[in-house]
Design a protein around this ligand. Structure first.
Ligand SMILES: Nc1ncnc2c1ncn2[C@@H]1O[C@H](COP(=O)(O)OP(=O)(O)O)[C@@H](O)[C@H]1O
Ligand SMILES: [Mg+2]
Length: 318
């Protein structure tokens, strides 16, 4: 049985699901998220009233005014943050939106995934955050028209610690982005898999958070903590921040588990969940090793089609 309060349960959802016949219990993290939804505080009244309020909020990821600064965040690793940042960015660029991908992960996967070798660079995000180098001086064009990247290298790992005593340590990225904001329609920030100072810089610089959720058993685990942190940043540092979108990735429609995850995520996040889901598609995992987004690596693949549709949804084109 699900741990959710009855008000949050979708009647159509099975109380017990199965993957290829095997029974699945409640998803880990679901009850914690449910408690958060019904937590007393900013919304008063019953759970039902809370849900009604969420459902009527004019929120969601679609068609907000430009320019938009979107942090792609989830403190779990391997959930599709970088894949979503790179390929949503490329698909937005294909729609003629000038798009900047800011790589805030010391692993630099968005950087290499867009064909940039950080070893050949004079400046990276480390210099922007720690040495007041202008963001403009670190931005590189990519092979995709309208798509640019502010690259990361491994030394960014040190920034997490070096930033601790720094002046205005949480808002360094925000200040850097302010200088280039007029040049872009979309700025997508690929956050590292942690809730440390780098991610906080991403959340302070952005007005929106896009959260990729992998359609697997532990999908909801950690989401309560992520939403609490977004709330903390909103209260203390950036009043305009909100989770604008949840994107379900690595979706495999053949499994009951994926369906269960979709049902629970929609029950919690309602209209914030993007209509378009990203399927599990091997071409998406192959593209980075060729330094290309999926839209140029394999333009007709299911992954490319899905990210194009997501880009249309996000930009308000459909
Ligand atoms: N929709 C997908 N289908 C297949 N593989 C995917 C998909 N999305 C991501 N991957 C693969 O999963 C792994 C983790 O994705 P990544 O975007 O790097 O996650 P994160 O940035 O959250 O750590 C990578 O190897 C990536 O290529
Ligand atoms: Mg990543």
């Amino acid at each position: 049985m699900s741990d959710l309060p009855s008000e949050l349960q979708d009647d159509s959802s099975p109380s017990e699901s199965s993957v290829h016949g095997a029974a699945i219990g409640p998803l880990p993290g679901a009850s914690e998220l449910a408690q958060q939804v019904s937590r007393p505080g900013d919304r008063s009244g019953s759970d039902r009233a809370d849900v009604a309020e969420v459902a009527t909020e004019p929120t969601g990821v679609s068609g907000r005014p430009l320019p938009r600064v979107i942090a792609v965040a989830n403190q779990k690793g391997g959930v599709g943050k970088t894949t979503t940042t790179v390929n949503l960015g490329a698909a937005l660029a294909e729609l003629d939106h000038r798009t900047l991908v800011v790589d805030l992960d010391p692993q630099g996967n968005a950087t290499t995934g867009l064909g940039i070798n950080y070893r050949s660079l004079d400046h990276t995000m480390y210099d922007v955050l720690l040495h007041d180098v202008a963001l403009e001086d670190c931005i590189e064009p990519t092979e995709v028209k309208h798509l640019f990247v502010a690259p990361a290298s491994l030394d960014l790992a040190g920034a997490e610690i070096e930033l601790v005593p720094a002046f205005s340590r949480e808002s360094r990225l925000k200040r850097a982005i302010a200088e280039v904001l007029d040049d872009y329609d979309f700025i997508l920030i690929d956050c590292p898999p942690s809730l440390g100072l780098l991610t906080v810089n991403g959340l302070v610089a952005a007005t929106e958070v896009l959260v990729p959720i992998q359609c697997e058993y532990y999908a909801l685990e950690g989401l309560a903590q992520l939403t609490r942190n977004v709330e903390l940043v909103r209260t203390n540092l950036n009043p305009s921040l909100e989770i604008s979108g949840i994107v379900l990735v690595m979706y495999d429609g053949r499994t009951r588990l994926a369906e269960q995850v979709v049902t629970e995520v929609r029950a919690h996040f309602g209209p914030k969940v993007c209509r378009n889901m990203i399927p599990r598609n091997v071409r998406l995992s192959e593209a980075p090793s060729f330094g290309q987004p999926i839209t140029t690596f394999d333009p007709s693949s299911r992954g490319a089609v899905a990210y194009r549709e997501l880009a249309r949804e996000v930009s308000g084109g459909s």
